[in-house]
Write a protein that binds this ligand. Sequence first.
Ligand SMILES: Nc1ncnc2c1ncn2[C@@H]1O[C@H](COP(=O)(O)OP(=O)(O)O)[C@@H](O)[C@H]1O
Ligand SMILES: [Mg+2]
Length: 363
Amino acid sequence: MNAGNASTGEAIALRGISKTFGSVTVLKATELAVNKSEFLTLLGPSGSGKTTLLNLISGALTPSSGEILLGGRNITRMPPRDRGIGMVFQNYALMPHMTVFENVAYPLRVRRESSGSIRRKVLDALDRVGLKGFDDRKPRQLSGGQQQRVGIARCIVYSPAIIMMDEPLGALDKNLREQMQTEIKRLHRELGTTIIYVTHDQEEALNMSDRICLMKTGEIAQLGAPDDLYFRPNSRFVAEFIGESNLLKGKSAAANSVAIDGVGVVHVPSSERSLGSDVMVMVRPEKMQISGADVDAPAGHNVLHGVVEAISFVGGMTRISVKTVQGASVTAKIISGPASTRPELGSAAKLSWSPAESVVLSA
Ligand SMILES: Nc1ncnc2c1ncn2[C@@H]1O[C@H](COP(=O)(O)OP(=O)(O)O)[C@@H](O)[C@H]1O
Ligand SMILES: [Mg+2]
């Protein structure tokens, strides 16, 4: 769900927001609008500025330039606690001496709600995160996953319109992380809250988000729906950060072709490019077809010849790496089947792909 029209449906808008520490700019002037009820993920390598961006929105940091609008209202200089933005942290940040009930009740006590209302809201929040009956425990009597559920309950208990989560599942093991991803998505659907989620894990971002904002050293590399970033990356950085990719270096030869170094001309979707410019042709491994050298490739496909140099079985898929006659390693990923359905290690192979599956990136 990609809610809303940007002019009426904006939960948050950042206008030229930047952050400089001393002489180091860690966030360049950034424009970003988050729609109401959207699940937006800030994805990027460590140090790319994700936490800085969250801290600017929450008010924990003051921007060096720009404005922050919350529902159209300028909150750039509003104190953090007046912004009504809920936070969930990777380290849970629970109060160890308080029971689960009191941890979750805390934001309501700060807001001086009546004890009846507090009791009702806390029990409802604990129920929503699957912790019914855990209210008398202390945090140390809970597993990591359960502690994070308390962190989430403490956040949703006062119904903030916006929730920000900074690598909330980073401390959990893989299976639990996947289960919690599903639960956070369910909560998002049930509550309709705007969520800004931070992770460095591309699979988590692809799985959970309406849109992904991919960050690279203090700026937005690309903002779009998960399949936009996957199928239409705008740069080599995006192509390499999200999923696996084959990158073939060459020069633009015509609107719909590229001369790959040492290979020759391959066909690509038509677009305007200056002739002779350095480009990369990106092809996802699952879009590469592989066959024996003597089998004809489908009509119109681009073709590479080589020798199978590695085969790795990765469960449902098998990854086959081919050393082309030009010396490049190109990978095809096929659905796993009996050994007879794939070329043998060391055998001559033909790789082919449809021109429509090529993405041309500037080098
Ligand atoms: N208080 C600070 N003073 C100086 N540099 C900082 C400070 N906080 C963060 N940085 C730097 O800003 C960059 C972005 O950090 P951060 O936003 O935490 O990245 P991420 O969350 O994407 O890992 C890093 O290079 C980090 O070292
Ligand atoms: Mg961070």
